[in-house]
Design a protein around this ligand. Structure first.
Ligand code: CP
Ligand code: NVA
Length: 306
């Protein structure tokens, strides 16, 4: 069976730990000037239906550092599913490149790409999940804490793609997961069931709450993200009202454990889901996490493409 990274649910705890170990090794070698061209001559196609800073730059730079090459295919270039069907795009790419990374509106588009091509397909964000992001969260936590076991990760905000992936990741690494969201904005129901089953087996917990102050009690990491994701721009005004009480600010942080970390996948809407004081404060690891996108994705590329 070919290897893809479409959902965090595709990964076993051992595979995740393996990726984190490899990312730390690649990062350390890069910093010492000992990076190796592990993907020499290999090409990654990058399909983007939505904008990106971090995902585009880190996959591109990552391939270059590994001795390979990345090809950027933007929203207006291939017009996925309009100029040509998703399946036909996949079949063509499979003849030229060694892997595909895709950022799409519909999660099904990534599933469809993977179904029609023999080479690995990586989810660079869909409406359902953002696996590369939360693996970078785990890598950053590994660097900052002696052990991940038993840590309490609290997501404050919308039950969106990042929240879904974080909820699937936490039990796989022995961490408890809590989300505080407005009613009607809970994480995906099916993925919640999957995460709960995994948590039960692992002896960790998943809680969905609506009071952010109750949720962050005992938090080791508070995570947040925009209230309206890409593709939900028409709802932004309504969401600003609904999500007002879910802002991550100094007062909320005071209710968490002393030393609690904060993160955000970025881009942030400063003054909405997070205040400047917190985003630019000493507890925030968002930029370290953004840096780690590079290192964890290099580990993913090496694991899938070698
Ligand atoms: N966090 C993240 O994926 O950033 P971009 O949307 O800029 O790629
Ligand atoms: N939830 C956000 C994440 C951006 C990296 C979005 O989908 O727009």
């Amino acid at each position: 069976m070919k290897n893809d990274l479409i959902s965090v649910a595709d990964l076993t705890p051992e595979q995740i730990t393996g990726l984190l170990d490899l990312a730390l090794e690649l990062k350390s070698k890069l910093k010492q000037g000992r990076a190796e061209p592990l993907l020499e001559g290999k090409t990654l196609a990058m399909i983007f239906e939505k904008p990106s800073l971090r995902t585009r730059v880190t996959f591109d730079v990552g391939m270059a550092q590994l001795g390979g090459h990345a090809v950027y295919l933007g929203p207006n270039q291939i017009q996925l599913g309009k100029r040509e069907s998703v399946a036909d795009v996949a079949r063509n790419l499979g003849r030229w490149v060694d892997a595909v990374m895709a950022r799409t509106f519909s999660h099904q588009t990534i599933v469809e790409l993977a179904r029609n091509v023999e080479i690995p397909v990586i989810n660079g964000l869909s409406d359902l999940e953002h696996p590369c992001q939360v693996l970078a969260t785990a890598l950053s936590l590994r660097e900052k804490r002696d052990s991940l076991d038993g840590l309490n990760v609290v997501f404050v905000g919308d039950g969106n793609n990042v929240a879904n992936s974080l909820m699937l990741l936490c039990p796989r690494l022995g961490m408890n997961f809590v989300i505080a969201c407005p009613e009607g904005y809970e994480p995906n129901r099916e993925l919640t069931e999957q995460a709960r089953l995994f948590a039960q087996r692992r002896g960790t917990t998943i809680h969905i709450l609506h009071d952010p102050y109750q949720a962050v009690k005992g938090a080791d990491l508070i995570y947040t993200d925009v209230w309206a994701s890409m593709g939900q721009e028409a709802e932004a005004e309504k969401r600003r009202k609904v999500f007002g009480p879910y802002q991550v600010n100094g007062r909320l942080l005071e209710s968490a454990k002393p030393g609690c970390l904060v993160s955000h996948c970025l881009p942030a809407h400063r003054g909405e889901e997070i205040t400047d004081e917190v985003l630019d404060g000493p507890s925030c690891m968002a930029l370290d996490e953004a840096e780690n996108r590079l290192h964890i994705q290099k580990a993913i590329l090496v694991s899938l493409m070698r």
